[in-house]
Design a protein around this ligand. Structure first.
Ligand code: SAH
Ligand code: DHB
Ligand code: MG
Length: 221
């Protein structure tokens, strides 16, 4: 078993089950053209986000980490008319690329893209009385995942979902002595989840086009 077969299976799932249209392709092309890192969710993972949003009947979504807007567009499309998605991106150049792609996808009215470090944006959202969010997707700077999770939990309702990407980190999640701050943050996230009575959660390991990683799904009780 190696990366080749993981990538091939992702490609097969994408061809068979994941609808791909012009706006999405254009978002990926624009990101590549602008030199953005190619680290967006894979097509099967993006489809999972859409399925979760639909299962959830989500009307309000909060996303940490927009990049070129690929996951943003997928999540925004899963919302009913009148749905709203707030997405936070620290990098102004990435945000500009994302803004264009979101507009081209016809989602300019649905998506509220905020540029700047997410922890600062959260202060503003707090002042605005934002939330509760039906679904939160945490996919920005990994050291802050536990902080974003705590904020999301405090701005959720009973039945909200919180999903965090990149928690398994090639298996280093299991290494208590890991000296990687991003890995230690995911271990802290799990310890918080274990002691938080408002949450029930699990973590699923994944292989695919993006290698070996995984995500946490938490349901707010
Ligand atoms: N969700 C995207 C991928 C996000 S990649 C998708 O799947 O399509 C992670 C993003 O988080 C990058 O664009 C990076 O610039 C952004 N980021 C890093 N630190 C951040 C911070 N402090 N606040 C907000 N965004 C941040
Ligand atoms: C990185 C970020 C991600 O959100 C991801 O899914 C993969 C890699 C990164 O910053 O390298
Ligand atoms: Mg990610």
């Amino acid at each position: 078993m190696d990366q080749g077969i993981f990538t091939a299976v992702d490609a097969f799932v994408e061809e068979t089950l994941v609808a791909h249209d012009e706006a999405l392709q254009s978002a990926l092309d624009a990101a590549k053209e602008a030199g953005l890192p190619q680290i967006q969710v894979s097509p099967p993972q993006g489809k999972l986000l859409q399925l979760l949003a639909r299962l959830q009947g989500a009307r309000t979504v909060l996303e940490f980490g927009t990049l070129g807007g690929y996951s943003t567009i997928l999540l925004a499309r899963a919302l009913p008319p009148g749905g709203r998605l707030v997405t936070l991106e620290a990098n102004a150049e990435y945000a500009e690329v994302a803004r264009g792609s979101i507009e081209r996808a016809g989602l300019g009215e649905t998506v509220d893209l905020r540029v700047g470090p997410a922890l600062e944006a959260l202060v503003t959202l707090e002042d605005e009385g934002a939330g509760p969010f039906d679904l939160t997707f945490i996919d920005a700077d990994k050291v802050n995942t536990p902080n974003y999770f705590a904020w999301a939990l405090d701005h959720s309702r009973s039945g909200s979902l919180i999903v965090a990407d990149n928690v398994v980190r090639a298996g280093t999640l299991a290494e208590s002595a890991s000296d990687d701050p991003a890995t230690q943050a995911q271990r802290r996230l799990h310890e918080t989840l274990a002691s938080e009575s408002r949450i029930t959660a699990t973590t699923i390991q994944t292989v695919g086009g993006k290698g070996y990683d995984g995500f946490t799904i938490a349901l707010v009780l």
